[in-house]
Design a protein around this ligand. Structure first.
Ligand SMILES: [Zn+2]
Ligand SMILES: [Zn+2]
Length: 314
């Protein structure tokens, strides 16, 4: 909590007397609006450099959902002088998709960068249709579909990197879930940079050390309009339960999330990565669409076949 009358630490160091409006308890840092924005952008830039995510000469495609994280990320990359355009995947989830698409478009206009839009309705089936015609949870199909089109369009449009807005809360929730299961396959891939390989572009998460709260504050301070409610399908997802638990811990012990995540990256990830090297499954090309796949037919083509069949018999 920010105590009344607390001064911005950076202003204070410069001999100014501005009041702080944000208190970052896990960094023990009180900041004014201007210095919070500066802190946020520097932190993202530092993360990009720490993990060698990309260089100024590369073209970056930001996966934009219309939410605070992806728009904040796009804004930071734009301000830092990176060549970053957006990709919006219209999932066809009623008002949620319609509203978030408008917000993504408005933001692209504001920073005058290109927003590519992919419509699932035209390319495949909408997420609600896929959910109705398969027995799979919407979130898992949605993840498969988003990863597929992000990668495919990045290649087709000539971008070498896809950047997503996953924040520290997302990453720790996933890490927590994977640790509860000791899922070595996922743990050995949970790194903020996944290097390019045959048919895959590089994937990066520059907000991995930024909390959800920080990215919301950053968006508000920059007058970024974003979709404020969650996707209607995400209700009841276990990741939300994990986030609640981790937030309870964080409140009592500030810094828990950051420590859990960054110590994993430093100490545990290298060991798991090494372990998994031995049973690395080789990549092949999907025999239907030609995209990289770990099985003969890729996840998206399998979904499509499943829904095609059901639609015919209905
Ligand atoms: Zn200040
Ligand atoms: Zn395929």
């Amino acid at each position: 909590m920010l105590k009344k009358g607390t001064k911005c630490r950076i202003c204070k160091n410069k001999g100014k007397n501005n009041k702080a409006v944000v208190f970052l308890s896990h960094h023990r840092l009180a900041l004014c609006k201007e210095h919070f924005i500066e802190w946020f952008e520097k932190r993202v830039e530092k993360t990009i450099k720490e993990f060698k995510m990309f260089k100024k000469s590369e073209r970056i495609l930001v996966a934009v959902s219309g939410g605070k994280d992806s728009l904040a990320l796009w804004n930071v990359l734009y301000k830092l002088g990176y060549e970053a355009d957006g990709l919006y995947i219209d999932l066809g989830i009623g008002d949620y998709s319609e509203n978030s698409k408008i917000l993504a478009k408005n933001f692209a206009d504001r920073i005058k960068r290109k927003l590519h839009i992919v419509s699932l309705k035209e390319q495949l089936y909408t997420i609600p249709t896929i959910k109705d015609f398969t027995n799979r949870p919407a979130c898992s199909s949605c993840g498969v579909v988003k990863r597929y089109y992000m990668n495919r369009y990045a290649k087709e449009l000539g971008y070498s990197v896809v950047a997503t807005g996953h924040n520290l809360d997302d990453e720790t929730a996933v890490l927590f879930g994977n640790t509860l299961q000791w899922d070595l396959k996922y743990l050995s891939r949970q790194y903020p940079v996944l290097l390019e390989e045959e048919g895959f572009v590089r994937k990066v998460k520059p907000l991995c050390k930024i909390t959800e709260k920080e990215s919301a504050i950053y968006s508000v301070f920059n007058n970024i309009e974003y979709i404020e409610y969650e996707c209607p399908f995400s209700e009841g997802a276990s990741s939300i339960e994990y986030k609640t638990l981790l937030n309870q811990l964080e409140e009592k012990h500030p810094g828990t999330k950051l420590k859990f995540y960054s110590e994993f990256l430093k100490k545990i990830y290298p060991i798991f990565k090494e372990l998994q090297k031995e049973d690395k499954i080789s990549l092949m090309k999907c025999r239907i669409c030609g995209e990289p796949s770990y099985s003969e037919v890729c996840g998206v083509c399998r979904l499509k076949m499943l829904v095609d069949k059901k639609v015919k018999t209905n």
